[in-house]
Each structure stands twice: as structure tokens, then as C-alpha cells.
Design a protein around this ligand. Sequence first.
Ligand SMILES: [Zn+2]
Length: 136
Amino acid sequence: MHELALARSLIEMVDEYALKNGGRRVRRINCRLGELSAMTRALYFCFESTSKGSRCEGAELVIEEVPLSVFCHTCDAVKTPSGRFNFRCPDCGFPTPKVVTGREMQLTSIELETVNEDAARKHLSADYSAQQTPCQ
Ligand SMILES: [Zn+2]
């Protein structure tokens, strides 16, 4: 998936959640991204400009990157390959196509802001807009 599409679908999901739960703005978004997706940096980069005008604007995006691990049938154990696209067991050298972790794309939690805090946040998001970067 293209990182911009990922950012958009993440923001849509969170925006809808905020709408349904009466939150005017989102304070913080926590998610988990597998190392294999290789999108952590791109998502951070895209988030700010993509979230403009949504309830996610000005929210803090926190991404926990999940490292790649594979299952080796020869060693009968979970191993960590030496490189991101190196699907071989680091110990016995046999191919390990079974990915255990590293493909995650999960929204873990969302923190919403109350109405009272909205005024303070508006001031902040004005500062953010000055350093907005185009996303492609
Ligand atoms: Zn092995």
C-alpha cells in the first residue's frame, strides 16, 4: 500500500471514531507497524499534511515499529533474520518463509480531546501549519 493511502485510511478511521465518540479533536493516535511495511518514516512524514482539516489535525502520532521475526522449521524456533528481506534462518541458513511478526498494521488506541482543551489546541495547530511539507 502506498504510504499516502495508508495515512489517509488511518486518518479516516480515527476521524470516524472521534465523530462517533463525541471528540472534537484527536490528541494522540497509537499504532503498530511491522518492520516489513517499511512505512514508519513515510507515515510520520505524511501524517501532518494529510490530517489537515480532519479531527486528527495537530494530533500526536505514535508508531511502535514491530521487528521482523520468522519461524524456522529446521530449528523449530522463532528467529530474527539478519536483514529485512533476508528470509533465511540466521543460525542454520534454511529459508524461513513463515513470518511471525513484522507485517502488522494496527491502530492500537486513540486519545480524544475534550471541548475545553480545544482552544489551546487551536493555537498549537497554527504553529504546525507553518512547517507543513508536501507529501509526495
Ligand atoms: Zn534454523
